[in-house]
Design a protein around this ligand. Structure first.
Ligand SMILES: [Zn+2]
Ligand SMILES: [Zn+2]
Length: 173
């Protein structure tokens, strides 16, 4: 590993730690909990959408992120073609807040009275220098999506979850 790759790997590790701290801070501020869980079938399917976009080259970074300076990044299933910095992710969340989109399950696409926010953390990945190409880092990505109650129960049996509250609890008129 050359010095440039090593420096990038150090940055990537620090960014991954920051990202986990961000996940905990977001959870605290919304009254949710962070816990280790096996990846359920619906989470796996949504991660598969993320991977498919990545493999197809259909994912872009917002203008504040780069492959040479990793920092916490966010991917939302409802707006999936961009990986965003915290600021841009907040702007995207604000865009849908209070709209039907905010109450739409990212799995079954039904509009629900209660949508549970689910997030998971993927660590940064560094690809080393080779054949004249500079090393680069995919930032740590917080994957975020919302599930209606039946989809959430299908993904994680309720007995496996600590007590948690839905983050969106709007009623249709
Ligand atoms: Zn941004
Ligand atoms: Zn659903």
């Amino acid at each position: 590993m050359n010095a440039t790759t090593r420096a990038l790997a150090d940055q990537a590790r620090a960014a991954s730690r920051d990202a986990v701290n961000v996940l905990h801070a977001v959870a605290r501020s919304s009254g949710a909990t962070v816990h280790a869980a096996p990846v359920g079938p619906i989470t796996a399917a949504i991660l598969g959408r993320f991977a498919a976009l990545a493999f197809a080259g259909d994912l872009t970074l917002c203008e504040h992120l780069s492959f040479t300076a990793p920092r916490p990044a966010f991917w939302t299933a409802w707006s999936p073609k961009t990986i965003r910095c915290a600021h841009c992710c907040e702007a995207e969340a604000a865009r849908i807040r209070g709209t039907v989109e905010d109450r739409t399950c990212d799995r079954c696409h039904r509009v629900a009275d209660v949508v549970h926010a689910v997030a998971g953390q993927l660590p940064a990945v560094v690809v080393g220098a080779r054949a004249g190409r500079a090393p680069y880092a995919v930032p740590p990505v917080q994957v975020q999506f919302g599930l209606c109650s039946p989809c959430r129960a299908a993904d994680q049996p309720p007995a496996a979850l600590p007590e948690s509250r839905p983050t969106t609890t709007r009623r249709t008129a």
